[in-house]
Design a binder for this molecule. Structure first.
Ligand code: GDP
Ligand code: MG
Length: 248
């Protein structure tokens, strides 16, 4: 199983109407605000770290990739940060829908933000509750490992928590290391692609699974793929940076 490593060589437009796509892999990325969810998604799909992202955008990103010669559409749902309430963490309704829609969930915290780490266990419970009996594969990502002087979560605590939750763990830096980010998502994609595709027959309700439920058209689809918009914003940011440099 091998994903094409150079994501920039993959066609950047959303899946065309005529494309015969055998598989699609849907991933929801969840975590506290500012932990780097958008940075991770953008890094994985474009190799780029822009550094400044629209807050709480919660966009859906989509790319087609080749997995061992098979065309696979990877859809990644970025989500707004989980909200703290008096009763603990609450997830907006559409984030719960995203969990139900997804084949896998990526939980993210920042090693510089103790609160974001403390939220993970509760977020995991919310994922379990939203998914019903059939929990999707979950991975735990500790982001911002480059910020060594601001570290607030010990490097042993992430793996311990992941073991407790029964999921894989990766410590990464979206800003510094593309290969770590790619590796984490890549392994998840491999794991998902090994699973048998869900039975899509709507009449087959007696064998209905949560995966099928997640793919139900009744679940509102998040915003449409926006790679073109992302490219436009990337160019804007670059030209803004150039302007800043020249004005100094
Ligand atoms: N130093 C560093 N900064 C990061 C990293 N990932 C994200 N950031 C920054 O953290 C801030 C929040 O990132 P963002 O992706 O918007 O977080 P989100 O709210 O979880 O989507 C932005 O200023 C990013 O540039 C990282 O790995 N290292
Ligand atoms: Mg974001």
């Amino acid at each position: 199983m091998r994903l094409i490593h150079n994501m920039t060589t993959i066609a950047e437009c959303p899946a065309p109407e005529y494309s015969v796509t055998n598989r699609s892999i849907k991933i929801a990325v969840i975590g506290g605000s500012g932990v780097g969810k958008t940075a991770l998604v953008v890094r994985f799909l474009t190799r780029r770290f822009i550094g400044d992202y629209e807050r709480n955008a919660g966009n859906l990103y989509s790319r087609e990739v080749q997995v061992d010669g098979e065309q696979v559409t990877i859809q990644v749902q970025d989500t707004p940060g989980a909200e703290m309430t008096d009763n603990g963490i609450s997830l907006p309704e559409h984030v719960t829908c995203s969990i139900q829609w997804a084949d896998a969930v990526v939980l993210v915290y920042s090693v510089t933000d103790r609160c974001s780490f403390d939220q993970i266990e509760q977020l995991h419970q919310l994922v379990a509750r939203a998914s019903g009996a059939n929990m999707p594969p979950v991975i735990l990502l500790a982001n911002k490992s480059d910020m060594v002087h601001l570290r607030r979560v010990d490097s042993q605590q992430g793996p311990l928590l992941a073991t407790t939750l029964g999921c894989s763990f990766y410590e990464v830096s979206a800003s510094e290391d593309y290969s770590q980010v790619h590796g984490a998502f890549h392994r998840l994609c491999c794991q998902l692609s090994k699973q048998p595709p869900p039975v899509s027959s709507p009449s087959n309700t007696s064998t209905s699974t949560t995966t099928e439920k997640r793919r139900s058209p009744l679940i509102p689809r998040p915003k449409s793929p926006n790679m073109q918009d992302l490219k436009r914003r990337f160019k804007q940011v670059l030209s803004a940076k150039v302007r800043t440099v020249t004005s100094v």
